[in-house]
Design a protein around this ligand. Structure first.
Ligand code: PMP
Length: 359
């Protein structure tokens, strides 16, 4: 059997340890709140038709999203999580000999998706403040670049790209390079809507660029990680190409029904109130960590980044022993999701005992 050597060398996605009994899983940036009853009921109602294939393009959900974002239904694509859509877009635009530019460290899935497409990753180091270095990313674009990925808020460091930074970047990137703006955590952003610190909001950028696609998900703010549903909005020719690289029928009827039910006004109000709670909890957590002496960067997602350096494994083990499963990226740092209040208390207690000596 001959496998592609670059695939044989590619590690499979690993999910981290399960939480111990009475512990907390803070390793996947999940939503700590339980499903809404109305959403669970919408999923249950699909059980009567599981002998049938789902609607291949999730039309009802796309219509709802199109209305929401004031775009046409063909400018919306739905996938089995936004990670599937990332794979579809990368495969549509990049292949052997091509390059895909992205900031690093960023979402762990990017390198694998690029390798699977046959293209080559060009990773550009984050700035010292853990944000994207968009100037350096623009510098890294060559005639071989087919895709650039911008992640805001960035997983795992939590930093946003500002609207001004994004516009300056787009001005430097040739318009035959597909720019994927990954906004998996955008609902948690609380910057001012305008001004120098304002976060990029992909929807506001779409009308201006023919090479921009934004990606969002129901996994985080909407609490549907287990159902796998995400969406992207962008120009029809690019989305059509991504429809061609899709694995057919991968968005289930249950997933589409859950997403639709989550967009019902009453459900969405409750979901966004939960997001507000998490954003508040995040703000308090970061403030307490700074107070303890941890140099935590700005946190704009539903997680915080602890730059633990050489102590990453030691700190992650101490947290695990206290019942907290986190995501360690040795030797850089640890990403911790903002979860239940008790988990935040435990986190602060343990980290308070482990404050870096030099701080
Ligand atoms: N983008 C980023 C930045 C993420 O962190 C994640 C999930 N961790 C995804 C995309 C994919 O999310 P999903 O496939 O669940 O929509």
């Amino acid at each position: 059997m001959r496998l592609r050597p670059e695939i044989a060398a590619l590690p499979a996605y690993r999910q981290g340890r399960p939480a111990p009994a009475d512990g907390y899983k803070l390793s996947s940036n999940e939503n700590p709140f339980p499903p809404l009853p109305g959403v669970a009921a919408a999923v249950a109602a699909t059980a009567n038709e599981i002998n049938r294939y789902p609607d291949a393009t999730a039309l009802a959900l796309r219509e709802k999203l199109a209305e929401r974002f004031d775009v046409s239904v063909d400018e919306v694509i739905v996938g089995a999580g936004s990670v599937s859509l990332l794979a579809q877009f990368i495969a549509a635009a990049a292949g052997p000999g091509d390059e895909v530019v992205y900031s690093w460290r960023s979402f762990e899935a990017y390198p694998g998706l690029v390798t699977v497409s046959g293209a080559t990753s060009v990773q550009v180091s984050n700035r010292d403040d853990h944000g994207h270095d968009l100037d350096a990313m623009a510098d890294a674009v060559t005639e071989r670049t087919r895709v650039a990925i911008v992640c805001s808020p960035n997983n795992p460091t939590g930093m946003i790209v500002t609207a001004d930074e994004f516009e300056a970047f787009m001005a430097r990137v040739p318009d035959d390079v597909l720019v994927l703006l990954d906004e998996a955590y955008i609902e948690f952003v609380r910057t001012e809507p305008t001004g120098p610190g304002a976060s990029v909001d992909g929807r506001r950028m779409l009308d201006r660029y023919s090479n921009l696609v934004i990606l969002r998900t129901f996994s985080k703010a909407y609490g549907l990680a287990g159902l796998r549903v995400g969406y992207a909005i962008g120009p029809v020719p690019i989305l059509d190409a991504a429809r061609s690289t899709a694995i057919p029928l991968s968005v289930t009827a249950a997933s589409a029904a859950a997403a639709l039910a989550s967009l019902e006004p009453e459900a969405e109000r409750e979901l966004l109130a939960r997001v507000e709670t998490i954003a508040g909890r995040r703000k308090a957590l970061r403030a307490a960590l700074l107070e303890q002496g941890w140099p935590v960067p700005e946190a704009h997602g539903n997680f915080v980044w602890l730059p633990t350096g050489d102590r990453t494994v030691e700190v992650a083990e101490r947290l695990f022993d206290a019942g907290l499963v986190t995501r360690a990226f040795p030797p850089e740092g640890i990403r911790v999701s903002v979860g239940e209040p008790e988990s935040v208390e435990t986190l602060l207690r343990i980290l308070g005992e482990l404050v870096p000596a030099s701080q």
